[in-house]
Design a protein around this ligand. Structure first.
Ligand SMILES: Nc1ncnc2c1ncn2[C@@H]1O[C@H](COP(=O)(O)OP(=O)(O)OP(=O)(O)O)[C@@H](O)[C@H]1O
Ligand SMILES: [Mg+2]
Length: 297
């Protein structure tokens, strides 16, 4: 039996499957056991959404929170690679799915954990991707969680719409950007999407913001001038972190160890922990939703 058939996501079974409205109801029920839900997005590809969301989840787990990450990038599922996971997700007899366990006990749900081989392409159009994400949210045994972090693919298409429509009590969205002339337009698209969906904006993370020479300490702006603070001010939100470009990030990835675990004292690791403190402050203390209401009047 194929992995897809075994786990109930075979597109050919769709017509006879659970009606979508029932699945959405199931998802909303299941997600009641998750205290905080945070999505990570950007208008642009390759700016580090997956890196940021995977490290934020680990930084939360380091603090003792019960954390899960949903890799909502159906075509480009890459959280299992970043976490160097060789496991799969398994189904239980009642039709639910069990998340796989990643580093620091983070629960991981990802398309790639369902495929027989990680390089199998998922050749699906929008409706099937939306269906899969809805099934993930409805059928996964999330259990009691403090945080669910959602890593979205680039843009504001099917995956982002599905996730935001189902999770109507999203605590907030984090926008990832990188320095470049393109950033402003891209950040604006993602922010406008978040505002239109009435999701609280938790803040911006500027990734690849600068490079600090490990030998002499000189700071270089390799991708262009860092504009994190200016952008945050312009869009009425906060800069949660500036993450440097660091060759050790790629080196840790190649070695199969998540960066924050491999280099806990690294500059980027510290920046993630500071971002997590700010995020906790916003969602747990200030209340992300209240904050949103205030900003948008
Ligand atoms: N601050 C950084 N320093 C060095 N390398 C980084 C940094 N941030 C991300 N990278 C690397 O850049 C590449 C792209 O990052 P990532 O996959 O997280 O981007 P993405 O926005 O999720 O991409 P996609 O749009 O395809 O989902 C990865 O190889 C990642 O390890
Ligand atoms: Mg990604």
């Amino acid at each position: 039996m194929s992995a897809q058939g075994k786990y109930g996501i075979n597109p050919h079974q769709r017509r006879g499957g659970t009606p979508i409205f029932k699945l959405i109801g199931e998802a909303k029920n299941r997600l009641r056991s998750v205290r905080h839900k945070i999505m990570v997005l950007s208008g642009k590809g390759g700016v580090g959404k997956t890196f940021v969301s995977s490290m934020l989840a680990l930084a939360l787990a380091e603090k003792g929170y019960r954390v899960a990450i949903l890799d909502a990038d159906v075509h480009g599922s890459s959280i299992p690679t970043v976490y160097n996971m060789n496991t799969r997700m398994y189904g239980s007899p009642d039709g639910s799915l069990l998340p796989a366990e990643g580093p620091l006990g983070v629960k991981v749900v990802a398309t790639n954990l369902l495929l027989l081989s990680p390089d199998t392409p998922v050749i699906w159009r929008g409706p099937l991707k939306s269906r899969l994400l809805t099934e993930f949210l409805a059928k996964v045994e999330w259990g009691e969680l403090d945080y669910l972090v959602i890593d979205l693919p680039p843009g504001t298409g099917d995956e982002a719409i599905t996730v935001t429509q189902i999770i109507s009590d999203m605590d907030g969205a984090i926008i990832v950007t990188a320095p470049s002339v393109l950033s402003e337009t891209i950040v604006a698209k993602a922010i406008n999407f978040v505002v239109k969906q009435r999701i609280p904006l938790l803040g911006i993370i500027e990734n690849m913001a600068y490079f600090r020479c490990p030998k002499c300490g000189t700071v270089y702006h390799l991708l262009g001038k860092s504009t994190g603070e200016i952008l945050a001010q312009k869009y009425g939100t906060r800069l949660l972190a500036k993450i440097p470009l660091d060759p050790l990030i790629g080196e840790a990835l190649d070695r199969g160890e998540p960066y924050i675990v491999a280099y806990p004292e690294g500059e980027a690791a510290k920046a993630f922990r500071e971002a997590v403190e700010k995020i906790i402050e916003i969602v747990e203390k200030e209340g992300g939703k209240k904050n949103y209401e205030l900003k948008t009047g």
